[in-house]
Design a protein around this ligand. Structure first.
Ligand code: 5GP
Ligand code: MN
Length: 342
């Protein structure tokens, strides 16, 4: 990623304003990168004397509960006291981290958009940012938003400003969004950043254990069930999909976050180039897509599931039944293959 001086100076000008009320907001179904980048950015902005509130639309998965400062993140969906709405109404600046358009905030988008005077800053690594931001720091070639936050801290202050707590938060986002250093954009700069985080005293095996080895027994059994009973392949084994209905999730005492990683698993099969997971929610079906190499699931998600994301990891939604969603997927994969994308 290449930070332009113009951009960092514009950001510096905003941060140099005295005592601003700043809301940091991240995406629906917040993940390690969303939480890690928000909490680190909040810490550094508070150090500059600003009043900072972190908000997410819904709850983060339980295996992130241990992250330092996570209790201060307001979950909009269950915020009965209206703390989030008040903070948004009073905000001088709204910093949007790890998502690219306000519509990704679902139930929170309208409340956020109702503050029309706050400066809106985007700090993100998804493709195709929306037009609704006053300052756009969009780096689709960064493997995570945490790495962007790291680079911004380096440019605006110095990496000396990074404490051990911040280093740990940043590492969570870098580790999870790179799939443990297995996906794209693994640059020398990224590994230099990780080296600096290690110098701050973080313990990588402990962080790894806290995030990846903290699931429930139900989740392990659900995983076995999904792979054994629900995974199907099509297009001569080049594409795969799995689905989960609400009663199946109940059977395994499903908790938010339990299906994390399932969609990646079919890609461990040599022939499979693209994988989909359909997860039933009360109002719609959440679609998760993963691919390898040149197969572009961002394109697929945009075209067939009204979604988006990254080239090899994208998502969307479906508002018809599971059966119809799967039929639509099968038809879409066929067309996608016929057009030479698979
Ligand atoms: P996940 O499958 O982990 O939920 O999402 C994978 C990627 O796709 C993430 O980068 C996420 O931001 C993006 N994504 C997931 N759902 C949607 C969606 O409904 N719309 C858009 N534009 N992107 C999505
Ligand atoms: Mn991210």
């Amino acid at each position: 990623m290449n930070l332009q001086q113009e951009q960092t100076e514009a950001l510096r000008a905003l941060i140099d304003r005295p005592r601003q009320h700043i809301v940091i907001v991240s995406h629906t179904n917040p993940d390690g990168d969303a939480i890690g980048s928000s909490l680190t950015w909040a810490t550094i902005l508070r150090r500059q004397g600003h009043v900072v509130t972190c908000i997410v639309p819904n709850k983060y998965p339980y295996f992130l509960d241990w992250m330092t400062g996570i209790d201060e993140v307001i979950i909009y969906r269950t915020d009965e006291e209206g703390r989030a709405a008040r903070a948004i109404a009073e905000a001088d600046q709204i910093h949007c981290l790890d998502f690219n358009t306000l519509s990704r905030l679902e139930n929170l988008s309208e409340t956020l958009a109702s503050n029309t005077t706050a400066e809106r800053v985007l700090i993100d690594h998804h493709l195709s940012p929306g037009p609704e931001f006053d300052l756009e720091l969009s780096f689709p070639d960064s493997s995570s938003t945490c790495f962007i936050v790291y680079s911004l801290i380096e440019a605006l202050w110095d990496t000396q400003a990074i404490t051990k707590e911040m280093a740990e938060l940043l590492y969570v986002g870098i580790m999870t969004d790179t799939g443990n250093f297995a996906y794209s954009f693994l640059t020398p700069e990224l590994f230099r950043a990780v080296a600096t985080l290690i110098e701050r005293g973080i313990r990588i095996p402990e962080i790894h254990n806290s995030v990846y080895n903290s699931y429930t027994e139900g989740r392990a059994r659900l995983f076995g069930y999904v792979i054994h009973r629900k995974m199907k392949t099509l297009e001569k084994g080049k594409a795969a999909y799995m689905s989960l209905l609400e009663d199946e999730m109940r059977r395994y005492r499903f908790q938010q976050g339990d299906s994390e990683g399932f969609v990646n698993y079919p890609l461990t099969i040599k022939k499979v180039k693209m994988s989909a997971m359909f997860l039933a929610h009360h109002k719609f079906i959440r679609v998760s897509l993963r691919s390898r190499a040149d197969v572009d699931v961002n394109l697929f998600a945009r075209k067939y599931f009204n979604g988006g994301g990254h080239k090899n990891a994208a998502g969307g939604k479906s508002f018809v039944s599971m059966e119809e969603t799967i039929e639509h997927y099968i038809r879409s994969v066929r067309e996608f293959a016929e057009e030479g994308h698979l």
